[in-house]
Design a protein. Structure first.
Length: 215
């Protein structure tokens, strides 16, 4: 699937329901009064809220820490190549995984994105050509000369990882909840995680056992 298209469509549905988005305003710290979180200070000024949910991916731990809670979330660095096909060549129309090579692939806008590696290197976004060697080897082994590796675009990103791989979903302290730590399965688990957190906050019984995910 296309996570970008999904997110944009979801945003439009939310706007139709009255949701307001403040884009381009980085969250700098949480705001507290007495023992309760009452919102967040952003680069565009304060945003006050009855309830604040920390869902900032890899940066969730640093943001939550400004209000006290320590979340066991660290960045796991992954690498990817986005590769166009050669003229006349066909590429897969659905994604897959080469379990032996630990390389995943998915079609994106007429190109193929191939990703691999989980490296604990802090927030360093630096890359070397050798970082992509295993992806290039898997691309050749799987697709032969169908892909134009000379035109590949390299990339890197950070997955928010917990020691067990289980995400943290639920309340942290009065006025504050968390939905983070999904590793490389953020979009895969996004809708179910939102449902689980909403059930928590609205006092409904979740459809699954929520206890493994409680922070």
């Amino acid at each position: 699937g296309d996570c970008g298209a999904f997110t944009r469509a979801l945003a439009e549905r939310c706007r139709a329901l009255g949701v307001t988005f403040t884009l381009g305003a980085g969250a700098e710290r949480l705001l507290t009064e007495r023992s309760r979180v009452v919102g967040a200070m952003t680069s565009a000024g304060p945003l006050r809220a009855e309830l604040t949910v920390v869902a900032a991916g890899t940066w969730s731990a640093a943001l939550a820490r400004t209000a006290g809670p320590r979340l066991p979330i660290v960045p796991s660095k992954g690498y990817c190549l986005t590769i166009p096909p050669r003229v006349g060549a066909r590429i897969p129309t659905i994604g897959g995984v080469d379990e032996d090579a630990h390389v995943a692939f998915s079609p994106m806008d007429g190109r193929l994105r191939m990703s691999s590696t989980a490296e604990f290197a802090g927030f360093s976004a630096a890359t070397r050509p050798s970082d992509f060697a295993s992806i290039r080897a898997a691309a050749t082994a799987l697709f032969g000369d169908a892909l134009d590796l000379d035109a590949a675009t390299p990339g890197t990103g950070f997955s928010p990882s917990t020691p067990s791989g289980t995400p943290l979903i639920g309340p942290l302290r009065p006025g504050l909840a968390v939905n983070a730590g999904h590793g490389h399965l953020g979009w895969t688990a996004a809708v179910g995680s939102a449902r689980l957190l909403a059930d928590h906050l609205d006092g409904r019984r979740p459809p699954i056992d929520a206890s493994p995910y409680l922070p």
